[in-house]
Write a protein that binds this ligand. Structure first.
Ligand code: HSE
Length: 405
């Protein structure tokens, strides 16, 4: 079967590599069909690449080629990826993607187009890189009502936080290494400000509960305010800081969903997830907690998931996947700051006497070199609005949510 790849960056070149490397074993998994990459779309020139005869800069070379039935979209970004994907689906070609931004923004429309035109739109690589999570969530866990999901969903930020925690490395130095290793987005702002994790939260929430959650509905905070001082205080509390995406089922018409740094205590499965690894903990009413762990970014891990989707499309040319992903609603994602209670880590310029006069009960933390006018503590459970009200007259340096996962 002929396959095209759109976007020959880190992931796209990995897809071509995996298809070619496994050309002998893939037919065993597709029911006898071999895969052949026949076109690669990219605006850049690759004069020394062994596939140079396959390159095109014209999307129509793929759209109008009747022999190409499956296309891997590894371009990233919403435009022109949306336009290309829509045209391909309308032409009855199946599309697989690692493009979480596109799935999070326009997944519903693309899934509807796929269904109407007898094609598949698959996106296993869009969440968790090489970790199987889309199929487990929508198929293996289909018997459950999902109560919540908490995930370390961005490899770049987990790598940076790990380097800060374990090596005492600066934020900037760790980011530079993550970029060199090909983990980061083209613009790493999407990683460090939490937007990439936010998109993955949207995809997971839409699949778990059947209503499209859009990125602008998910309150998102990145890791740029995290310092080595916070890392040190939280270490003294027996925990680590992780960038977590959290989704909480409230009722059929309301969920909470947010991305933020969070204190995770060392007993949690999420605390030991280091470097570029991701983990997604799904809480189902029948199964309990299940945790999916693996490499969350990088060329071959992400290509592993993209090529698995291509194999699925090649195997099931007549079978179309139904994800049960429907329309969202403006008030579907609630303001978690007024409704969800949790403990908080607080670091402030204040005295213990002052803090004791405001909070009923706190657990004080310490660090080496702690200035005499600085306090750090973990509060009792409360909403974020209640916390902010209590801290209104205090010179706060940082606050971080504490998770119960
Ligand atoms: N930049 C992303 C990450 C790539 O670091 O997780 C995988 O989505």
């Amino acid at each position: 079967m002929k396959v095209a790849v759109m976007g020959y960056g880190t992931v796209g070149s990995g897809v071509v590599e995996v298809i070619e490397k496994h050309s002998n074993s893939i037919p065993i998994k597709t029911g006898g069909k071999a895969l052949e990459v026949s076109r690669i779309l990219d605006l850049r020139d690759f004069p020394d690449d062994p596939h140079k005869d396959l390159f095109t800069k014209d999307f129509n070379d793929i759209l109008n080629d009747d022999e190409i039935k499956i296309v891997a979209e590894t371009m990233g970004g919403v435009n022109p990826a949306f336009d290309f994907t829509m045209k391909l689906l309308k032409a009855g070609k199946s599309v697989v993607t690692s493009n979480k931004e596109l799935v999070a923004q326009r997944g519903l429309e693309l899934l509807q187009a796929a269904e109407e035109n007898g094609a598949n739109y698959l996106f296993e690589a869009s969440v968790g890189g090489g970790i199987p999570i889309i199929r487990p969530l929508t198929q293996c866990l289909a018997a459950n009502n999902i109560e919540g999901i908490a995930g370390i969903l961005n490899g770049t930020t987990n790598f940076i936080l790990t380097m800060m925690i374990e090596e005492g490395m600066s934020f900037e130095e760790a980011l530079k290494i993550a970029q060199e290793k090909g983990y980061a987005e083209k613009d790493p702002t999407a990683d460090i400000e939490g937007h990439d994790a936010c998109r993955k939260v949207c995809i997971l929430a839409s699949l778990a509960f059947g209503k499209h959650v859009y990125p602008n509905q998910v309150e998102t905070e990145g890791i740029t305010n995290i310092t080595l001082e916070d890392v040190s205080y939280i270490n003294s509390a027996g925990g680590v800081i992780k960038l977590l995406g959290q989704i909480i089922y409230i009722n059929d018409d309301e969920i909470a969903a947010f991305v933020s740094p969070a204190v995770v205590y060392n007993g949690s499965q999420l605390a030991s997830v280091k470097d570029v690894f991701n983990a997604i903990l799904v809480r189902g009413d029948a199964v309990g907690d299940v945790c999916f762990y693996g490499p969350g970014a990088g060329k071959l891990p992400t290509a592993s998931a993209v090529v698995a989707d291509i194999i699925d499309c090649a195997k099931h040319t007549e079978r179309k996947k139904i994800f049960g992903w429907g329309e969202g609603a403006e008030d579907y994602v609630v303001d978690y700051k007024s409704s969800i209670k949790m403990p908080f880590y607080v670091r402030a310029k204040a005295s213990c006497t002052k803090i004791n006069s405001i909070f009923d009960e706190v657990k004080y933390l310490s660090r080496q070199g702690q200035p005499s006018d600085e306090v750090a503590f973990i509060t009792d459970i409360m909403t974020e609005n209640e916390l902010n009200e209590k801290l209104s007259g205090i010179d706060v340096i940082n606050t971080i949510k504490v998770t119960n996962y």
